[in-house]
Design a protein around this ligand. Structure first.
Ligand code: HEC
Length: 507
């Protein structure tokens, strides 16, 4: 009896704490935001000219997912073109410097919970890290920059229970895959069509099946494009198909009238030889197209070469799929033709190469699928996993990118958390024939961890040799090896722990 009383007391207190914070959130919202964004987050619309209005917060995709995105908007403001709930705006939101940190955190939790139903779990610590991360920033964010740092969640797909089956074979026309034995089946939980997970280049087929759910009786249009052929069937009817072999750009549109409810969805696709690609989008007639596959930019010539190697002494960043790195990765080109791919998923240096940076044509104007390889042949692949391990090397530690800040030349410093309480800053200084990686690890206690530096190569006299690259480690670091992997043993002290590694090209 007594016990449960104590518990309910504790529960009461903690829930009151949260409520109190949301109260501060609400009053701060009224005080600092509602004049522009409206009492209920509805925004301000100017008849016939959305670019002159103020975007809504209610159901805004910009509030969903990573809360650091909102924190950055409050810290530095936002300017230039932005699309919110399908409408474009082009205005300036000033930085919200008048809010105390406590009010900012309360407002962030309030708007996320109230307007998009996210959990109110953003903390003062999170906000302080967000501030530290962008402390050198002097101007408002652009929507595009924020989107690169904190990608927007995709809208919920109307395709439920999506299964992808893959086949091996050579076809010149789309076969009936339901009569062929597949060699693999996989659930696609996000309900989106994608060829990204398929590593094969030629002689394969794919069939996706699921339930296409609509809430409104209407005529729906589907637009299909593929290299090579494909066929879309909804509710047992072939809606549209791209016939036979050939490249992208053979778009076909088909329509079908659907009742509210669930309709069997089937998409079949085959790839013979040469390029591959598949896109599908749909709309209720006369409304905006919505992607059912990976989105691509259209109406541009394909495979244009855009060389974005910097020639002006500045640093260039390219955030997209890079072959040999993880899905979320940041390519950075430094002066002196030194380039890296830094995985923002694993907080790891995946690739280093010298020479030309990358051809951005594929992602910027092409069909946008697949990963682009570095434009140069001199690539050293380090490894593709989390480099931070516990002291005995048995376990990778959790990492989370907090973001990056840039100096005057555009050179980024990545900031990330390791094991929830080590704060690492990581940047590269380029010079002719080599570059230096400068890290600092902020630790709350004395502890030992391992830092994996290479998964191959040879180690001699404080230098790791991999391909054309030599990695010079700080004097007296202890290196251990597991198989071909080399680990630095770091005895961290409470406070700052600098770590510098020199990467030099052998001629
Ligand atoms: C002076 C008017 C003004 C104030 C005050 C203001 N905003 Fe904004 N806000 C804007 C404008 C204008 C934009 C769009 C900027 C653009 O076009 O790039 C915007 C964009 C945003 C966005 C991203 C787009 C969207 O609609 O989701 C968020 C999130 C946001 N504001 C949150 C807030 C919060 C929270 C506050 C209060 C702490 C606040 N704003 C205060 C004018 C304002």
């Amino acid at each position: 009896m007594k016990f449960s009383k104590v518990w309910s007391l504790i529960l009461l207190c903690s829930s009151q704490g949260a409520t109190a914070q949301l109260d501060i959130g609400q009053t701060s919202y009224t005080q600092f935001c509602s004049a522009c964004h409206g009492k209920n987050g509805e925004g301000l619309s100017v008849e016939g000219n959305s670019a002159a209005g103020i975007p809504p917060l209610s159901q805004s995709e910009w509030l969903k997912g990573d809360a650091d995105r909102v924190a950055q908007i409050l810290l530095h403001g936002l300017e230039g073109p932005i699309t919110v709930k399908g409408r474009s705006y082009n205005q300036i939101m000033p930085a919200q410097g008048a809010l105390s940190d406590e009010q900012a955190v309360a407002v962030i939790n309030y708007v996320r919970r109230e307007f998009v139903g996210e959990k109110a779990n953003y903390t003062l610590g999170d906000f302080k890290l967000a501030r530290k991360f962008s402390k050198d920033r002097k101007k408002g964010w652009k929507a595009k920059e924020l989107q690169e740092l904190y990608p927007l969640p995709r809208p919920v797909s109307p395709i439920k229970n999506l299964l992808m089956q893959t086949y091996d074979g050579e076809w010149e026309a789309t076969p009936n895959f339901s009569e062929i034995k597949s060699n693999a089946i996989e659930e696609e939980h996000d309900g989106y069509i994608s060829l990204k997970k398929i590593n094969k280049k030629k002689l394969f087929g794919v069939m996706w099946e699921g339930d296409f759910v609509v809430t409104k009786k209407a005529i729906y249009e589907f637009e299909l494009d593929s290299d090579d052929g494909s066929r879309l069937t909804v509710g047992g009817n072939v809606v549209t198909s791209v016939k036979g072999m050939g490249g992208m750009g053979r778009r076909k549109i088909g329509k079908i009238s659907l009742e509210p409810g669930s309709h069997k969805f089937r998409l079949e696709y085959f790839q013979n030889r040469g390029g591959k690609g598949l896109t599908l989008r749909y709309r209720e007639r006369k409304t905006k197209w919505k992607w059912l596959s990976d989105a691509v930019q259209r109406n541009q010539p394909e495979k244009r070469i855009i060389d974005i190697t910097p020639k002006d002494g500045k640093v260039r960043m390219y955030s997209n799929f890079i072959a040999g790195s993880t899905h979320r990765t940041m390519g950075v080109a430094y002066p002196h033709e030194n380039n890296i791919a830094f995985s923002t998923e694993n907080c790891n240096l995946d690739l280093i190469w010298k020479g030309d940076f990358i051809n951005a044509g594929r992602h910027w104007v092409g069909r946008g699928q697949g990963a682009e390889a570095p434009a140069s042949k001199d690539v050293v692949r380090l490894f593709k996993s989390v480099p931070w391990l516990n002291a005995d090397g048995s376990q990778a530690l959790k990492v989370k990118l907090k973001g990056y800040s840039m100096d005057k030349t555009g050179s980024p410093t990545f900031s990330y958390l390791v094991d929830s309480d080590l704060m690492v800053s990581d940047h590269f200084v380029s010079s002719a024939g080599s570059f230096q990686r400068v890290m600092n690890i902020e630790s709350k206690s004395d502890r030992e961890i391992l830092f994996k530096i290479s998964a191959q190569g040879a180690f001699k006299n404080g230098i790791i040799y991999i391909g054309d690259l030599m990695l010079k480690l700080p004097a007296d670091t202890e290196v251990s090896s597991q198989g071909k992997s080399y680990h630095l043993k770091l005895s961290l002290k409470k406070g700052s722990n600098p770590l510098t590694i020199l990467y030099t090209w052998k001629k």
